[in-house]
Write a protein of this length. Structure first.
Length: 542
């Protein structure tokens, strides 16, 4: 196996460069033992601003604990508004860290990357793209300090959830946190990034890669951005990371670690389903490119920071070189989404997926370790959970289960009609960015209504189990009359797939799945009696 690749904890010497003390991050100052507090993160960003004219900072949201999370915008020349960004013709690339503060390498890698983009060898990339960056997406969790007893992490770090106890990477549809509402309102809807990157860390895994990556896998989304990300962008960025940063990276998945050698490479084993509760999957519903990355914990804090930094830099470099190609992919998906609604929805022939799964793409090769050690590091109380060997084995003939497909479909309507009493649902959709009107006169509608025969609550999820609402029933054709004041969502808009995902009763983590309509169902007698789903999907209005 070639020694050109940096395996395990290996990093290049002085990979982060030489900088004045005031421009060093907390991990750099502490020999990679500490992570930044929220205040230290803000102070670092403020320090960089004193040395450049290329940076603009604005608050993206204010947390429950009144911490204003900074959104850093860097470009050459400096821009301060989305309108200015649009006039440049450059795509906006969004980089996000710290959504799970116990996975601190995202935050720290992006602080180093910002410095490199502004002052280092990557500065020419700012001529081609606009970079929007939120290094610390969960400030409240970041400063909820706890001691980490795993050698894979830092000694003291933040906790996974936010102040509400929410896992923010399960909040992308329900929008219960100020963090996610701010992401939609102040980043996705305003700055409209063509590509988004969300940085994470895995537990004590046995694959041999420095980092794993995944696209938006939700089948409900337009296939164009997902196909481009998986088939074109990923191989190219993987090669860049290998050539420039000497790392092996691969698709995000895991295998059944009770067996050797690995037989399947399955995203579900890595807790990544096709559901849009995850940020990357939800962004795919917006016709944009979205990427999630995960580093392995056992390689140590510095290596995780280096790997996350390397992938973010390579992604921006690729995006700068292919900027028009990426812009065109997004514009085409927008146009086709609207065109399909206008040309096919009224006839009832337009369909979309309400459920999905992963199937095989064929056989692949996988770098993996045969065993993992679990032992105390000599002279410490820290537990090492990682491989004994430096270099992994190359296992051939592993079934690659990273191909998402739809398994159940429903009619994609021209639009939805929502009664006035469900204005809280409408407010969620407006926060997502949907355009919604109100009927100003008595209106007749032809379409489909869903009759609920049974309803149950079931604990589902990963890491934290959520009580999800499951409906059983079916659609029937119907013609109904609606009064003035009823909300009307015409799906002839680019976010049509997002609206469909939020409102369809058979989608597991739709707004219905998250329980927002449970009080209505209970008031109408469910589950004892059959209940008509209150949101009507129409094909035609008159």
């Amino acid at each position: 196996m070639t020694r050109n690749i940096l395996w395990g904890k290996e990093v290049p010497e002085a990979w982060n460069g030489v900088w004045p003390k005031e421009m060093l991050t907390i991990p750099e100052k502490s020999d990679w033992k500490k992570t930044s507090s929220f205040l230290e993160t803000c102070e670092y960003i403020s320090e960089l601003m004193w040395h450049t004219e290329l940076m603009h900072v604005e608050p993206m949201f204010v947390t429950e604990m009144r911490r204003a999370a900074p959104l850093v915008i860097i470009s050459n020349p400096r821009i301060t508004t989305p309108e200015e960004a649009g006039k440049t013709g450059k795509p906006v690339i969004y980089l996000q860290g710290g959504i799970h503060p116990d996975e601190a390498e995202g935050k720290e890698s992006l602080l180093i990357a910002i410095r490199e983009f502004i002052f280092g060898k990557l500065r020419p990339l700012l001529d081609e793209v606009v970079i929007a960056c939120c290094p610390d997406f969960n400030p409240d969790g970041n400063d909820a300090w706890t001691i980490n007893t795993s050698a894979g992490g830092t000694g003291v770090r933040g906790q996974r959830g936010n102040f509400q106890g929410l896992d923010l990477n399960r909040d992308a549809i329900k929008l219960e946190s100020p963090n996610m509402r701010g992401l939609c309102t102040n980043l996705l809807n305003r700055w409209d990034p063509a590509i988004s990157l969300d940085i994470h860390c895995m537990g004590p895994v046995r694959h041999g890669y420095a980092l794993l990556y995944a696209p938006s896998y939700t089948p409900t989304a337009h296939p164009g951005p997902r196909g481009y990300t998986s088939d074109i962008l990923f191989p190219a960025v993987r090669n860049l990371v290998r050539e420039k940063y000497k790392l092996e990276v691969y698709t995000h998945a895991e295998w059944n670690q009770d067996e050797w050698p690995p037989k399947t490479w399955d995203p579900k084993k890595a807790f990544y389903t096709v559901e849009a509760k995850y940020i990357a999957n939800a962004i795919g519903l917006r016709n944009r490119l979205a990427i999630l990355t995960e580093t392995p914990s056992a390689v140590g804090f510095e290596k995780r920071i280096y790997a996350s930094y390397a992938y973010a830099c390579a992604l921006v470099e690729y995006s700068a070189a292919k900027k028009q190609e990426i812009i065109d992919i997004c514009k085409k998906a927008d146009a086709e989404t609207v065109q399909n609604i206008k040309e096919k929805a009224a006839s009832g022939e337009l369909r979309n997926w309400v459920d999905g799964e992963y199937i095989s793409k064929g056989l692949t090769e996988l770098y993996a370790y045969k065993s993992r050690a679990n032992r105390l590091l000599v002279g410490t109380s820290f537990v090492y959970r990682g491989p004994d060997e430096l270099e992994p084995e190359l296992v051939v003939g592993v079934e690659d289960l990273t191909c998402p497909i739809g398994t159940k479909e429903a009619t994609m309507p021209r639009g939805y009609l929502i009664p006035e009493e469900l204005s809280f649902i409408v407010n969620k959709l407006k926060t997502h960015g949907l355009t919604i009107d109100v009927l100003d006169t008595l209106t007749h509608a032809e379409g489909e209504e869903y009759v609920i025969d049974s309803l149950r609550k079931e604990q589902k999820g990963d890491h934290t189990l959520y009580p999800m609402t499951e409906l059983q029933g079916g659609f029937k054709k119907a013609t109904k009359t609606f009064t003035a004041g009823t909300y009307n969502i015409d799906l002839a808009q680019p976010l049509a797939n997002l609206a469909f995902y939020c409102l369809e009763p058979e989608i597991g983590d739709s707004l219905t799945g998250w329980g927002f309509l449970d009080p209505f169902f209970k008031e109408k007698g469910a589950p004892k009696y059959s209940v008509v789903y209150p949101i009507f999907k129409y094909l035609k209005l008159w």
